[in-house]
Design a binder for this molecule. Structure first.
Ligand SMILES: C[S@@+](CC[C@H](N)C(=O)[O-])C[C@H]1O[C@@H](n2cnc3c(N)ncnc32)[C@H](O)[C@@H]1O
Length: 161
């Protein structure tokens, strides 16, 4: 029987493998920062920081709650509800936006899926990559197959048209 632990491991390794695949495509990235949409404990922030040491990473969350070993400067954290802060963001358009804000509750995630795609498009440069734990349906976003190691439907990769 598949467990929540199995799902967690699958999600976490999908994040790592997709972020690594974007790092390998570095020459294709447009100029711009990386946006970490949902900072949480800072695990993926830490991975992004290691893979893209020369790029600014701006994190969005209700609070700067990352682990002390990988806590972004407060100047690089946009506090508040992502549904609003992405719309009021007036920084440079992003080379990469990673959104890990799924809840695991289908009815809650269905609501997030309604507003998240437009928020991603609002902050992402043309040619930029969007990575998300929730499917993003938007005409500006072209889905790209993730690395073969990623379980189907587990994590999603897009490029802005
Ligand atoms: C699953 S955690 C992210 C984990 C992170 N990727 C890591 O590796 O540590 C999701 C985070 O998104 C934040 N979040 C979810 N929805 C949000 C919203 N609408 N506005 C602001 N923050 C939100 C939560 O507070 C939580 O910290």
């Amino acid at each position: 029987m598949r467990t929540r632990l199995d799902d967690f491991i699958s999600r976490i390794s999908a994040q790592r493998d997709i972020l690594n695949s974007i790092a390998e495509r570095r020459p294709e990235l447009p100029d711009g920062p990386i946006l970490e949409i949902g900072l949480g404990n800072g695990r993926t922030y830490s991975h992004l920081r290691a893979r893209f040491p020369d790029l600014r990473i701006i994190a969005f969350d209700h609070e700067n709650g990352a682990h002390g070993s990988c806590r972004p400067d407060d100047a690089d954290v946009v506090l508040g509800d992502i549904q609003e802060t992405c719309m009021s963001y007036n920084g440079a358009a992003a080379a990469v936006a990673h959104a890990d804000i799924g809840t695991g509750y289908p009815e809650k995630d269905a609501i997030i899926r309604q507003w998240l795609p437009s928020r991603i498009v609002a902050v992402l440069a043309r040619g930029g990559f969007a990575v998300s734990g929730l499917e993003l349906r938007h005409p500006e976003l072209e889905e790209i197959p993730p690395p073969p190691s990623v379980e189907k439907g587990r994590y999603f990769l897009y490029r802005r048209r």
